[in-house]
Design a protein around this ligand. Structure first.
Ligand code: PLP
Length: 359
């Protein structure tokens, strides 16, 4: 007889991971919104140093990192949660807030981890479609909030569509949400958003104890291989709840050391963002020259529809055969679209040339 699993194992969608992790050769990895730049040397040194202490458990309170984040953001350390990637905090929030009978509201297409929260908990997910230009419809999301709602997630800038709403729209929305409903503003790409300074949304936390800003070292800091993210919370009880539902040592010693050291190099991080923005403009211009209409990107990736007469799978295959990995819209909620990460100048040019030839 086969092993009998919990019902949620049948419900939880399999994460649509990108291909190509095992490939060798000159592959352009433009599928996972990673940084194309290698880690900062001082960060590698800090990690190497942390490795000499691997016989000890990491600090389960992440005290040094939370203190440092507190100094940088002005949010008290008691209201900062750390995680094994920000996805860890997201899943813990689902665990702490959701159960059968509860409801969760988010936009769609949005981050492919959100459906997991409802499936794992037995709560009901309400997915509110994006508008025709791939933006969140916050008014429609607000209409979906009921007495059963426990959590609303707004991804800004939105993955996979790259669009961002201005902060005043987000502010009005957060104001309209009842205080017993948690709002997670997933800001994984906030540093790439030219509409807003990353510090601006932090001010909202003082007025809204039910708000949580989810941020990560994976994207702009280029540390996704180590897994470390954090949440700036409007209230301490959110932090204690997500800590309570997880295993004690959720953030490993190397990740803590790397994140801490990264915060000493924000000038370099800013330079990388600027380079990425210049490349983003080139990529968008190149796509427009091919007759495509990319969404207005405020992130380190670009999203566009291929157009009626083109088959997504054919374009994906053509690119992959030529060593270029991007993400198919079908796996992310919109068949016939592509998401391409902004890479190095050479990678972006190669992508545009190859795509042009395929179309
Ligand atoms: C990449 C990403 C994250 C971050 O994931 P980590 O677990 O921190 O690597 C969170 N939210 C969105 C929308 C993302 O695209």
């Amino acid at each position: 007889m086969a092993i009998e699993y919990a019902e949620k194992v049948r419900r939880i969608p399999v994460y649509p991971a990108a291909d190509g992790y095992a490939s060798e050769g000159p592959i352009a990895k433009l599928a996972s919104n990673e940084s194309p730049y290698p880690p900062i040397p001082a960060v590698i040194d800090a990690v190497t140093k942390a490795l000499t202490g691997l016989n000890r458990y990491p600090d389960p309170t992440n005290a040094a990192l939370r203190k440092r984040l507190s100094e940088r953001t002005g949010v008290p350390a008691q209201r900062i949660a750390v995680g094994n990637g920000s996805c860890d905090i997201l899943l813990a929030a689902g665990d702490a807030l959701l159960e059968p009978g509860a409801e969760l509201v988010y936009a769609w297409p949005s981050f492919s981890v959100y459906p997991h929260l409802a499936a794992a908990s037995g709560a009901r997910a309400i997915e509110v479609p994006l508008d025709a230009k791939h933006y969140h419809q916050l008014d429609k999301m607000a209409e979906e909030i009921t007495v059963a709602t426990r959590l609303v997630i707004v991804c800004n800038p939105n993955n996979p569509t790259s669009t961002a709403l201005p902060l005043d729209e987000i502010t009005d929305f957060v104001k309209s949400v009842p205080r017993h409903v948690a709002v997670i503003l997933d800001e994984a790409y906030i540093e790439f958003n030219v509409l807003q300074d990353p510090d601006e949304s932090i001010d909202l936390l003082d007025k809204h104890p039910n708000l949580v800003l989810l941020r990560t070292f994976s994207k702009v800091y280029g540390l996704c291989g180590l897994r470390v993210g954090y949440a700036l919370c409007g209230s301490e009880d959110f932090r204690t709840a997500v800590d309570q539902v997880r295993q004690p040592f959720f953030c490993n010693a190397a990740a803590q050391a790397a994140a801490l050291e990264s915060l000493n190099h924000t000038d370099e991080v800013t330079r990388r963002v600027e380079r990425n923005l210049a490349e983003r403009i080139g990529l968008i211009d190149g796509l427009r020259e091919l007759g495509l209409e990319p969404a207005e990107s405020q992130a380190n990736f670009v999203w566009f529809d291929l157009g009626e007469e083109r088959v997504e799978a054919d374009v994906m295959r053509g690119l992959a055969e030529r060593g270029i990995l991007v993400r198919a819209g079908g796996a992310l909620g919109r068949e016939g679209a592509l998401r391409v990460t902004v890479g190095t100048q050479a990678e972006n040019e190669r992508f545009l040339e190859t795509l042009g030839a395929l179309l």
